[in-house]
Design a protein around this ligand. Structure first.
Ligand SMILES: [Zn+2]
Length: 356
């Protein structure tokens, strides 16, 4: 594996992952980290490592034990207790729930594609979860240097004849989310970010037109803004959706989908964007953290850039609906989205600078 560490130092990590791609490199094992500060000629390191394949997590279904994953990312031996497995370092913490798709990364719930399961008495993950969730979260620069950050498209859901969800007191989702989008836009523009909205007024817009608009405007990221509804009036809180990886099911579904959509081109950046936006939303709105989930919503499937869809609360829940009816709360939600987007934008900028 070749990567730039967070300080921008070239690191070539040689381990058992290379056994599949370059058996002739096995003699290198033991030189766990070779950086450009060492005496080994840097160019030789790059050439040899590129020849070896540069992606140890490339096998989507291959099982990797959590001990090995922890060691690869420089964590101490994982702590295993009755229902969880935890990694902790000075920089980050991960808590995997056993036999579950739930991962709590630095305090935020993120849903995996397959999740943690046991094989031959060892807990582990499949390559796809490592490639599209763990590696992007722990090695952000590798992913973010390949995406843009200058143009932010906000997509207030519904509009016109499509009112979206409705609260018991008649509050319409389309109005709530347009107001949140406008407030978010103002805050982002005040921070110097270029922002566009898929709709500025209460007009109807087809779902595919939202992605078309993002493509036409050459958006670098797309945030679709919604409010939730459920048959269960107790359901409350905020959630953020990103695309599931091809072959895996949505968080609330039992059916996997094998197809690879346009939005799957950004699986790795999607999880970073979803994580930061959701973190901002949870921290500011005070809503229950329902996690970064997965669903093949059309606006995510067809997105021409990294994308996330946020659900800012449940209009079917009396408490959430009352909050969303208040201008003050909608401003707090907009502040949370702004904070998440600005964090993502600054991390992408950092990754570009480090890659120069
Ligand atoms: Zn909606």
């Amino acid at each position: 594996m070749v990567r730039l560490c967070d300080e921008g130092t070239l690191i070539v990590k040689v381990d058992a992952g290379f056994e599949q791609t370059a058996p002739w490199l096995i003699w290198w094992r033991g030189y766990a980290r070779i950086c450009n500060m060492c005496a080994f000629p840097r160019l030789t390191v790059i050439v040899l490592a590129l020849l070896a394949g540069n992606n140890a997590w490339s096998d989507a279904t291959r099982f990797e034990s959590l001990e090995r994953v922890a060691s690869r990312y420089g964590f101490p031996v994982p702590i295993v207790d009755e229902d969880s497995i935890r990694f902790r370092s000075r920089y980050s913490s991960l808590m995997f729930k056993r036999d579950s798709r739930m991962l709590v990364y630095d305090g935020v719930l993120v849903w995996l594609n397959k999740g943690v399961h046991k094989r031959k008495n060892r807990w582990g993950l499949i390559g796809e979860d490592l490639r599209t969730v763990i590696n992007p979260l722990l090695r952000r620069n590798e992913v973010l240097r390949k995406v843009g950050y200058l143009r932010v498209m906000l997509d207030p859901g519904h509009g016109g004849e499509d009112g979206g969800a409705l609260s018991a007191r008649g509050l319409q989702e389309k109005r709530v989310v347009l107001d949140i989008a406008r407030r978010t836009r103002r805050k982002l523009e005040a921070a110097g970010v270029l922002v566009n909205l898929t709709r500025y007024t209460d007009g109807f817009l087809e779902l595919h037109d939202r992605c078309r608009e993002a493509r036409r405007w050459r958006a670098d990221l797309l945030i679709s803004i919604h409010a939730n509804a459920s048959g269960n009036p107790a359901a409350a809180g905020v959630e953020t959706y990103i695309m599931p990886a091809p072959g895996f099911r949505s968080t609330g579904s039992t059916r996997p989908d094998q197809r690879r959509y346009e939005g799957n081109r950004f699986d790795e950046a999607n999880v970073i964007l979803g994580y930061f936006v959701h973190k901002g939303l949870v921290a500011n709105s005070g809503g229950a953290d329902r996690g970064v989930k997965r669903a093949r919503f059309l606006v995510l499937k067809d997105s021409p850039c990294p994308a996330a869809l946020v659900e800012c609360g449940f209009l079917s829940n009396a408490q959430d609906a009352e909050s969303l009816a208040s201008r003050r709360h909608r401003d707090v939600v907009a502040r949370g989205l702004t904070q998440g987007i600005l964090t993502y934008v600054s991390r992408v900028r950092t990754a570009h600078t480090a890659a120069r």
